[in-house]
Ligand binder design. Structure first.
Ligand code: GAL
Length: 416
């Protein structure tokens, strides 16, 4: 019996070790793309590499927004066992680069002219001291609303363009017995909604002053109190089971017609597409009312972790595949995001994707393109987490709106 147990343990350990270690010619990729739409997009990348004879060891870590993935990553790096390539966002990428953990991608970047085609807003999170440290996959934005078209039609609701029209639509749905807003109560989701709501009240300049410059006057302003008041209205329009719900399950509520709207980044579009739905026919996408000419963005990138020496041939191949124009089109069409290169045609994109590309270009030239707080493009993790705590505590009724704005000032000043 004992020796049987020992053998069993040895086999189990061997399995764990084999699963954790990539073959020499493989890339091991740590990511959090585990929903149906995300997995469909990831398959485009896997297929691309397989076509080049490069194997893929998958290291998925469930949890939208990537917090859990970053916890697993820290443990792997601390154990001296960093994965080959890791999905990363904004300030997290800069942190890893500054810790000296990332391989230098300058040779691939120079050969393929990344400097000329990747927009400055992304280069700010992909280059450190003139060194390319990660490969940008896409640009997402968080200030979108997703709607079930038949639910809106049945209730005589047209796309709301102002906060007042939006709240009127919520009241109509509520009276009709439909959940107005599908939401998942997780800190990153609460804050994704807050990105858009705060931008709608503060405008681009106020958002920049509050969340990028961390100006205490704006963080604690009457406008910020108003932003929290709007969050309270949103809280009053979600169903009773919102707490802890995963974002893609909230999207499913809109897909199934259980709810009218979801405020979520454009990765939600991947779920609609994966369910066979068509924009303009089954679902609608529009900017959160009051942010029509603004974009709060986040960009997924793959960081290549230094495996001891120069960037490996497989890492270089992965980086090069990610930035190729054909991949940028094929992947982003499925993912819901838009290309990380400015020279990719919008031809293959649906109406939401075309709008996303046009909005991004317009916001970049008008100065209304600002990093998402919720997705690590406004602040380093310490400040981001401090904001998460206040937004979530307010959403769950622990603070009234005036207290939340005051707490925001304190929490940010301690964290920064
Ligand atoms: C974001 C990421 C997106 C999407 C989303 C939900 O942080 O940028 O690609 O996957 O999380 O998981």
């Amino acid at each position: 019996m004992r020796s049987f147990l020992k053998t069993k343990t040895a086999i189990a350990l061997a399995l764990v070790v084999t699963a954790g270690a990539a073959q020499a010619e493989d890339v091991e990729v740590l990511h959090w793309w585990t929903s149906g739409g995300e997995a469909a997009a990831l398959n485009v990348l896997k297929g691309d590499l397989e076509g080049q004879g490069i194997g893929w060891t998958d290291m998925p870590v469930a949890g939208g927004g990537g917090e859990q993935a970053m916890t697993v990553l820290r443990a792997r790096v601390t154990a001296g066992n960093a994965p080959t390539a890791v999905q990363g966002l904004g300030f997290d990428i800069l942190d890893w680069a500054n810790q000296g953990s990332l391989a230098n991608l300058n040779d691939v970047a120079a050969k393929e002219g990344w400097d000329d085609v990747v927009p400055a807003a992304l280069q700010a999170f992909a280059k450190v001291d003139g060194e390319w440290v990660s490969a940008p996959v896409n640009v997402h934005s968080t200030n979108w609303v997703w709607a079930n078209k038949s639910v809106l039609d049945a209730n005589g609701i047209s796309v709301p363009t102002t906060w007042e029209e939006f709240t009127a639509a919520l009241d109509t749905l509520s009276a009709a017995g439909v959940t107005p807003i599908a939401h998942g109560g997780q800190a990153w989701q609460d804050t994704t909604v807050f990105d858009a709501v705060a931008m709608s009240v503060l405008g681009a300049d106020g958002y920049r002053a509050a969340f990028i410059d961390l100006d205490e006057g704006v963080l604690g302003s009457d406008d910020m109190v108003e932003a929290f008041e709007r969050m309270a209205v949103i809280r009053a329009n979600v169903d009773d089971n919102f707490s802890g719900r995963d974002w893609n399950l909230a999207t499913a509520m809109v897909i199934n017609g259980e709810a009218g709207f979801q405020m979520m980044g454009d990765w939600a579009k991947g779920e609609f597409l994966n369910a066979g739905q068509v924009p303009g026919e089954d679902f609608l996408c529009f900017r959160f009312p009051g942010t029509q000419d603004q974009v709060t963005f986040n960009a997924d990138q793959f960081m290549m972790f230094d495996q001891g020496g120069a960037v490996s041939a497989e890492q270089a191949a992965l980086a090069s595949a990610i930035l190729s124009p054909s991949f940028q089109s094929a992947f982003n069409v499925v993912k819901g995001s838009v290309p990380a290169r400015t020279d990719v045609s919008d031809e293959a994109f649906d109406a939401c994707g075309k709008q996303g590309m046009a909005d991004l270009a317009a916001a970049a030239s008008s100065g209304n393109l600002l990093g998402s707080v919720a997705h690590g493009h406004a602040n380093p993790a310490s400040v981001k987490n401090a904001i998460y705590d206040v937004v979530t505590a307010h959403f769950n009724g622990e603070y009234d709106s005036a207290t939340a704005a005051a707490e925001l000032v304190d929490a940010v000043s301690i964290a920064k």
